[in-house]
Write a protein that binds this ligand. Structure first.
Ligand code: FAD
Length: 548
């Protein structure tokens, strides 16, 4: 047992094993978090266990879009677009600090695979499937209109385009906020708690074996129903139930690169068709940065090892350079990169990676475990609803208990999302002398909870200190986050709570020691643990792939 683990952490397993629960969710990505929230809101006793940090799998490695999925129209996935468009509206409302409307320019050049008439027809259909209730309707653009919107775009061969709307989100924080909402409704959530085996009684899954990687403790957790929500890891967990289970997934890898936005010169999000292989991809704004993505290639890699290769980076940069010829992006411009595996369902033979459906499926294993596979960030609430519907039917069969047929997951805001208009929340930090860029950063990360950060600053003005000279984040966030947002390691905070890792060239390594000290003060870490935590982060940075 790790004697350096805090007493609070050692108590975690005690609380998890104290009761048998109705539902145990394996996996703390957006899908697992959504299921835990829906189940807890319906009154089910719920536990979620995650092997790493919340969102540390695919759910922090996406294109960060909450979108209807314009490109799915090409493949006729109309139901998915209809559903996703509705979800876009719901999520803009539930977490307005994390999900923002985003205007896209879609330029069409003479040689493009998608002709202008087809694009405009698609735009009408896209708006129609959103029941004309998207942020705004699309607008066809003449060649001049495209260049007015995006002056740095390649003019040669340009014939026109369109302006349309989708939404951008902070994927890791959306996952975190969803998990925190589940906790508010009574769910127990434990990170760094991998499932090592399933508890099988007469062939039925009745719980899981877990190991607390922070303390070394092991335990058995009992549950009436176990849900496997492990995204690209799903088949691994299914084989704990049935070693001969055939693969349900055939994951594809998607990579992104982050570059300084002024090197590209994009004003909006820009949808491009790669001249290399005709795939639709995006150049997306992220403050002073822009990220380009994504690739979509069949992947035999394990989810832990997925990373952007040099080939991925070159493909993305070449595709962007073809649209923004003055950018002449090279690998030297890359601030960071990331790659994740899409938990895609096995497709019928001959269907290309990018044409496979993003729809989800619930699979009932021979031991009764529910595995949810496929889907996307945007539709996580629907996926969660479908799983919990199935779980409550089973619980009713088991002991006659009736649970609500639905949870109001579309009504209750996520933590920090309680106000649609965050303007009034600007005043308090401004009065405390918080610089404007930090105020904007706080509102985008914490929404209404910015008020709690201001309280910390009022008590201790030193917490106004920046964590990194090239980034607006401040020390008060470490204290706030450690108290409310379940980080267990410095990397949880620097990578997924504030994304410093992806936003500065040195990955935020100089901030590691200070973050470790502030987290340690909150979590009761001894001095050697604080030093180890700082080193863990700087080692991680040193070992990261050349681009991220
Ligand atoms: P994950 O987020 O991978 O979560 C599974 C979790 O299970 C992980 O955290 C993992 O650590 C945990 N786990 C695994 N094994 C165990 C174990 N033994 N014990 C405990 N826990 C375990 N969707 C969109 O809507 N919009 C987009 O813009 C978008 N872009 C994408 C771009 C890329 C490159 C990729 C790869 C995907 C994109 N998606 C997008 C899809 C979306 O990101 C995924 O569908 C979604 O994040 C999957 O969430 P999940 O919770 O199912 O899986």
């Amino acid at each position: 047992m790790d004697t350096k683990a805090s007493p609070a952490r050692r108590a975690t397993l005690t609380s998890l094993t104290a009761r048998a629960v109705d539902l145990l969710v394996i996996g703390g990505g957006i899908t697992g978090a959504g299921i835990a929230r829906d189940a807890a809101m319906r009154g089910l006793k719920t536990i979620l266990v995650e092997q790493g940090d919340l969102g540390s799998g695919t759910s922090s490695l996406s294109s960060r879009l909450i979108h209807g999925g314009l490109r799915y129209l090409e493949h006729g996935h109309l139901r998915l677009v209809l559903e996703a468009s509705k979800e876009r509206r719901v999520l803009l409302h539930l977490a307005p600090h994390l999900v923002h409307p985003l205007p896209f320019v879609f330029p069409v050049h003479r040689s493009d695979r998608v002709p202008l008439w087809k694009l405009i027809a698609g735009m009408w259909l896209y708006d129609l499937l959103a029941m004309f209730r998207n942020v705004r309707r699309h607008r066809p653009l003449s060649k001049r209109g495209v260049l007015e919107a995006e002056p740095m775009l390649r003019e040669r061969g340009l014939i026109g385009g369109a302006l349309y709307y989708d939404a951008q989100c902070d994927d890791a924080r959306l996952t975190l906020a969803t998990a925190r909402s589940a906790m508010v409704h009574g769910a127990l959530i434990a990170t760094y708690m991998p499932v090592t085996a399933l508890v099988l009684a007469d062939g039925t899954v009745r719980g899981v074996h877990v190991r607390d990687t922070l303390t070394g403790q092991e335990a058995v957790l009992h549950a009436s129903i176990v849900v496997n929500a492990t995204g690209p890891w799903s088949d691994r967990i299914r084989r704990m139930e049935d070693p001969s289970a055939p693969a349900l997934l055939c994951p594809t890898k998607g990579a992104h690169v982050m570059v300084p936005r002024n090197r590209v010169g994009n004003q909006h999000a820009v949808t491009i068709t790669s001249p290399i292989d005709g795939r639709v991809m995006f150049v997306l704004p992220w403050g002073d940065l822009a990220y380009i993505g994504t690739t979509d290639t069949d992947s035999g890699e394990s989810p832990e090892r997925a990373h952007a290769t040099s080939d991925d980076v070159i493909y993305l940069l070449r595709s962007a350079n073809a649209y923004f010829p003055n950018a002449r992006l090279t690998e030297a411009d890359v601030v960071a990169s990331w790659a994740g595996l899409r938990p895609m369902l096995v497709a019928p033979q001959g269907v290309a990676a990018s044409e496979r459906s993003r729809e989800h499926q619930i699979h009932v294993g021979i031991g009764g475990m529910l595995s949810i596979v496929g889907g996307k960030l945007t539709t996580y609430r629907i996926m969660a609803r479908d799983v919990v519907n199935q779980a409550v039917r089973r619980l009713h069969e088991l002991d006659g208990t009736r649970y609500p047929v639905r949870a109001e997951t579309d009504k209750e805001p996520l933590p920090g999302g309680e106000a649609q208009d965050l303007q009034p929340f600007q005043q308090a930090p401004r009065d405390l002398g918080v610089p404007l860029d930090t105020v904007e950063h706080l509102l985008r990360h914490y929404g209404t909870e910015t008020a709690a950060i201001c309280n910390l600053i009022r008590d201790d003005r030193t917490l106004l200190t920046r964590l990194h000279q090239d980034h607006p984040a401040i020390e008060a966030e470490v204290v706030h986050s450690t108290r409310r947002e379940l980080p267990q390691h410095v990397d949880d905070f620097l990578i997924r709570r504030i994304h410093l890792y992806y936003e500065v060239r040195d990955r935020g390594a100089p901030a590691a020691a200070r973050v470790a000290a502030l987290m340690g003060a909150e979590l009761g870490w001894a001095p050697d643990r604080i030093a180890e935590e700082a080193k863990r982060y700087t080692d991680l940075v040193a070992e990261s792939a050349p681009h991220g």
